[in-house]
Write a protein that binds this ligand. Structure first.
Ligand code: 3PG
Ligand code: CO
Length: 555
């Protein structure tokens, strides 16, 4: 007999105001000059660390602790916020796709059988991020899928690649394109007409998120579907190399290009009858393209031509919208998230971030589900992000505005939980601009201060943590932990996330003196935070949640 009702916590009161602050991309690492958090002035986060013993600790935020295939997988915002919100560890997209490919089940599913109908007469198009970053997609999965599809009858295959440089080193895209080109050449030798048809940098082409800038999707649409782009090349290795020669371009921001034949005609527009697979497993940066590919009713940009296609996602990206309706691998079934429990137990929630991270504290937090559980109990506020810039130009981003909204929500007395994501250390860290990332870390620290001041005023509680590492290490390191030099003897800037643990701090005047972190969950990770927060709301966590990090000792 399932019930949403949670038991009262035996020792902790209900009704407190709790600020849950997630610093995006804020890990813990040794202090050195590539640790932007260390270099930056961050008095508030420093004081939490140096403050009350037993109220600051580290938690695991990468690898199996967040449902990723191996301990070599860095954390990311999707799995991090899923774990924070759901309180349990789910095998995540990366892992589920690995399993489906290894067992061959991917080819027996409804999704594959649906697209397969096109193989005899038409082209199979694969659109997605070409890298081994393992955050949105993985090159080896694409390789297996291309091979598997060709063995199952795909005679004409076109790849539409997005270059990375954000979850992997900038410049690595050339190697990834060479690798996949070799596979495609092998296929051609076997009589399969397989080639790359278009490309572009992920941040400029296709992979926008949370509807920040539809122009990004349109650029991709023009190249992928219409076969039109400002740059035309005969092959993709040449395209990436040539476009990178312009110092303004890097892997993340390559302009869109199409591959053309001798006559200058694009080799792979998407036409009626074709099959299309978006091969990213991660949702946030594929939802917008999925809408453009799937929705008959669509007004975000002029699609010019809307081919009648058989479309499947690698996964279903949005469980509430059922988008896309066909998919190759079933997504993790993240249910009974903490947010859903809280609305059933009288906890009123406010959540806020700026556009580029808004879905992290709503959609990801709620188990890849859009919208409210109960709009009477919840309020989600999105602050519009700046679009069309790289965030090193404005490293403060909207941290102040987010903090002001959180402050006002706390002071209003209307909410028990006020949850925010502060994006600075992550979004600026991804640009690889070290000076700007230092500024970003300070901006996030200032925002934390404003929120903690408000908590102080209302006698509330704070939980300050992060979703994964990023800004605490900005250089590629060798096994000994020293900066690894490239062929020219230069350091390599790390634009990606890290394997580092993240801090969690609790405190505030509303926190009883006996509340502290337990010593018996040393391996604790992000999934342990949900039960912790439920306890602080005066509730026992569901039995199947990962254990709470706190205990209450009688003084
Ligand atoms: C991105 O999508 O920006 C990066 O690939 C991962 O960053 P996030 O996990 O912090 O969103
Ligand atoms: Co990030």
């Amino acid at each position: 007999d399932f019930s949403w009702k949670l038991a009262d916590h035996p020792k902790l009161p209900k009704g407190k105001t709790i600020a849950v602050v997630v610093l995006d991309g804020w890990g813990e690492a040794n202090p050195d000059k590539y640790n932007c958090i260390h270099v930056a002035e961050t008095p508030v986060m420093d004081s939490l660390k140096k403050g009350a013993p037993d109220r600051w600790r580290l938690v695991r935020a990468h690898g199996t602790a967040v449902g990723l295939p191996t301990e070599d997988d860095m954390g990311n915002s999707e799995v991090g916020h899923n774990a924070l919100g759901a309180g349990r560890i789910y095998a995540q997209g990366a892992k589920l796709v690995d399993l489906a490919l290894a067992s061959g089940k991917i080819y027996d599913g409804e999704g594959f059988n649906y697209i397969k109908e096109s193989f005899n007469t038409n082209t199979l198009h694969l659109i997605g991020l070409l890298s081994d970053g393992g955050v949105h997609s993985r090159l080896d999965q694409l390789q297996l899928l291309v091979k598997g599809a060709s063995e199952r009858g795909a005679k004409r295959i076109r790849l539409h690649i997005l270059t990375d440089g954000r979850d992997v080193l900038d410049g690595s895209s050339v190697g990834f394109v060479e690798t996949i080109e070799k596979d495609l050449a092998d296929l051609r030798a076997k009589g399969v007409d397989a080639q790359i048809a278009s490309g572009g940098g992920r941040m400029y082409v296709t992979m926008d998120r949370y509807e920040n800038d539809w122009e990004v999707i349109k650029r991709g649409w023009d190249a992928q579907v219409l076969g039109e782009a400002p740059y035309k090349f005969r092959n993709a290795v040449e395209a990436v190399k040539k476009l990178r020669e312009d110092p303004k371009n890097n892997d993340q921001y390559l302009p869109p290009f199409v591959i053309v034949d001798e006559q200058g005609k694009s080799v792979g527009p998407i036409v009626d009858g074709d099959a299309v697979v978006t091969f990213n497993f991660r949702a946030d940066r594929m939802v917008m393209l999925a809408k453009a590919l799937e929705y008959a009713d669509f007004d975000k940009f002029d699609r010019v031509r809307v081919p009648k296609i058989r479309y499947a996602g690698m996964l279903q990206y949005d469980g509430e919208l059922k988008l896309p309706s066909r998919y190759l691998v079933s997504p993790p079934e993240i249910e009974r998230t903490s947010g859903e429990y809280l609305v059933h137990n009288g906890v009123r929630t406010f959540a806020c971030s700026e556009t580029v991270k808004f879905g992290h504290v709503t959609f990801f937090w709620n188990g890849n589900r859009s919208g409210y559980f109960n709009s009477e109990m919840e309020e989600y506020v999105e602050i519009p992000s700046d679009s069309g810039i790289t965030f090193n130009v404005k490293p403060n981003m909207k941290a102040l505005e987010i903090a002001e909204k959180a402050r006002d929500a706390i002071l209003s007395g209307k909410f028990h939980q006020v949850r925010v994501n502060l994006p600075n250390s992550d979004m600026v860290g991804h640009t690889g601009d070290i000076d700007a990332t230092v500024v970003a870390c300070k901006a996030a620290d200032d925002a934390v201060k404003m929120i903690l001041d408000a908590v102080e005023k209302v006698g509330g509680i704070y939980v300050v943590t992060a979703d994964h590492g990023n800004a605490e290490d900005m250089v590629k390191r060798n096994k000994k932990g020293e900066p690894q030099l490239d062929k020219e003897g230069k350091i390599q800037i790390l634009t990606s996330h890290t394997l580092q643990p993240v801090p969690i701090a609790i405190g505030g005047p509303g926190l009883g003196p006996g509340v502290k972190f337990r010593k018996d969950v040393p391996q604790g990770g992000l999934a342990n935070v949900a039960a912790t927060v439920m306890n602080l709301h005066g509730l026992e966590a569901p039995a199947d949640y990962e254990p709470t990090l706190i205990e209450v000792v009688d003084n």
